[in-house]
Write a protein that binds this ligand. Sequence first.
Ligand code: NAD
Length: 345
Amino acid sequence: MEASPKPMNILILGAGGFIGSNLIAHILKHRDWHIHALDLHGDKLAQHFPHPNLHFKQGDMRGSHAWIEEQVKACDIVLPLAAIASPATYVQNPLSVFELDFECNLDIVRLCVRHNTRIIFPSTSEVYGMQAGQPCNEETSNCITGPIHKERWIYSSSKQLMDRVIYAYGVHHNLPYTLFRPFNWYGPGLDNVWENAPSNRVIATFLHSLLHRRDITLINGGAQKRCFLYIEDALEAMMRIIENKDGAATNAIFNIGHPGGEASIRGLAETMLELVAGQPGYSNIRNEIKITSTPGGDFYGAGYQDINTRIPDISHAIEKLGWQPTTSLQDGLVKTIRYYLDQKR
Ligand SMILES: NC(=O)c1ccc[n+]([C@@H]2O[C@H](COP(=O)([O-])OP(=O)(O)OC[C@H]3O[C@@H](n4cnc5c(N)ncnc54)[C@H](O)[C@@H]3O)[C@@H](O)[C@H]2O)c1
């Protein structure tokens, strides 16, 4: 545990999700900072409730304006992590995505402007859209989305517009900000893979199928490729952004991903099948399940559109934060699978 001269106060909204719960566990273990946290659900944080530095409030951001403003005023840093990030919802209920991801978070951005509090906002690799070819770069890549009737782009567009709004507040109203763009982070605490099938994250969805010995369904054959980053590497990047040594993260945008962690979705399914087959009780799984495929439109709805590949250019994070990932996809998947199996032992 590192003691700070003046312990930091951090407000985290959407604190009980995958990134929030992992970040909070990490901070409580390694720093003496105080965390003020809000989420609709506290299940993933419950083990930390006795910790004196965690101040958790269960509630909805939309009805907590006065409480949030009080915290924004008192805290050094605000991390608004609450969002809907589920492709099925982009297509089935796009307005709910816009309302939470953009409108609701815009209130938080404006509170940060009013109280001059530093904001660290989660953008997404999705803002690069269908930008193809070269790895995505924060400064030079275009952000290209599809036609309006392809409703899946509402998430990317909401996040992209928020990036632009935050950037403009930084330039024109001196808002201190950092935007980070996660590229498919995964690891323990992703989703509850033992209950309902998760709808949003491919690794959790495949694990749900595998651990329940059910067929895996690929979308459009699974030729699409993504780069996967293990959560421990991601947390190291987050800590460097939060600590902001020499102002390296001030008014900056960072891709946080693993260019070497690329796999096709079919390759990912096959690797995960092999890894689960190596776990006690699952040695026969290759004979018990099949890997099948379905068209994206049938699975998500007509407003779905796929992206073939998306590789992060992380030179900016290497140069400014001195950060780069060290966990291979294979090692990260093994740790993740073991974490979920341990929940049942
Ligand atoms: N995980 C990734 O790989 C990834 C990739 C790109 C972008 N992001 C962005 O990072 C952020 C965090 O992602 P995550 O993976 O932790 O998501 P998550 O879905 O696991 O967590 C979001 C949390 O927000 C909470 N929440 C939702 N609506 C709320 C409300 N009205 N009031 C209070 N809490 C509410 C949810 O209960 C949930 O715990 C999101 O903005 C997401 O878009 C994540």
